[in-house]
Design a binder for this molecule. Structure first.
Ligand SMILES: *[C@@H]1O[C@H](CO)[C@@H](O)[C@H](O)[C@H]1NC(C)=O
Ligand SMILES: *[C@@H]1O[C@H](CO)[C@@H](O)[C@H](O)[C@H]1NC(C)=O
Length: 280
């Protein structure tokens, strides 16, 4: 397992220092609890000793990058992404949270203060992605999955806004799908999502087309204009996750091999809103 990913991802937060405040690292559990039904992709029995070594090596290697006061949460049993996020959100009270994946370093600096200020003044903006690939790909993908594959008919509220922006600093593209990857969201958004997705369930099975059915109810956006993107990298670029819109720019991640057993590692950050930057 590629224990160096965490260190690379944490080091990347230097370009967005606000993300390095109040970090919680959540390691999913290796052992499978008999009482919990798990999504197939997350139900593989892991080698507990190898996973324990992976966690230790990840933290050792990342120790120089671990933000001050970072909390490390190790789940006793497998809970998959939904359960890992639930554990990371427990007791969080800041209005905004950032969810990052351990294999997705931030690649491009952007004005996070302006983004939070925009979210503060625009309650309809609930979740904003820093995409790996190109935004337009996710917009198109929603249609493929929700209309063509899941036969959900026409999107509701596609016309809400082609772009919603707070001036030149922050431009957002609405996207009618819910997916993982690096993003900032309202805490209340996650409280709603977690009330729908139990631990162990693949989040996108329950959530993917919710914004297709009603975008204004979920407020899912992508940072930047439709032809923007590449805000995050994807170190685990050889895995199945690298398909489609998660594809990083050509060549990235080569030489780094990830995957293997063990649970997901998720880095969570709880953010305070910042009012200092006016958005006009
Ligand atoms: C479309 O979005 C607006 C603004 O958020 C909302 O008031 C309206 O109810 C939505 N309409 C549908 C059909 O979802
Ligand atoms: C979509 O959600 C909004 C609330 O944000 C609600 O006003 C509207 O009625 C919903 N539309 C549909 C078609 O359910």
């Amino acid at each position: 397992m590629a224990y160096g990913f965490l260190s690379i991802t944490l080091a990347s937060l230097r370009i967005l220092p606000l993300l390095a405040e109040r970090v919680r690292l959540v390691f999913d559990g290796a052992s499978i609890s008999p009482g919990l039904r798990l999504a197939p992709h997350c139900s593989k029995e892991a080698d507990a000793a190898a996973y324990a070594a992976y966690k230790r090596q990840s933290i050792d290697k990342a120790s120089g990058e671990l933000p001050h006061g970072a909390q490390v949460i190790e789940l006793p049993h497998r809970a998959c992404l939904s359960g890992s996020i639930r554990a990371g959100m427990a007791g969080v009270s800041t209005p905004f949270v950032a969810v990052l994946q351990n294999d997705m370093p931030v690649k491009r600096k952007f004005d996070l203060f302006a983004l939070l200020a925009l979210m503060e003044t625009e309650p309809r903006v609930e979740k904003v992605h820093f995409s790996v690939g190109i935004n337009r790909c996710h917009v198109r993908n929603s249609k493929v999955v929700c209309k063509a594959h899941r036969r959900m008919g026409r999107a509701s509220n596609v016309s809400y806004a082609q772009e919603k922006g707070g001036g030149v600093l922050t431009r957002l593209t609405p996207v009618q799908q819910w997916f993982d990857g690096n993003h900032v969201a309202r805490l209340t958004h996650y409280q709603r999502v977690l009330s729908i997705v139990p631990d162990g369930v693949f989040m996108e099975d329950r959530m993917f087309c919710k914004p297709w059915a009603n975008h204004s109810l979920w407020g899912t956006f992508l940072l930047g204009a439709p032809d923007d993107g590449h805000y995050s990298g994807h170190l685990n670029g050889g895995g199945h996750r690298a398909q489609g819109c998660m594809q990083p720019p050509f060549g990235e991640g080569s030489g780094l091999v990830g995957g293997g057993g063990g649970g997901a590692t998720v880095a969570l950050h709880s953010l305070q809103p910042v009012y200092a930057m006016p958005v006009t």
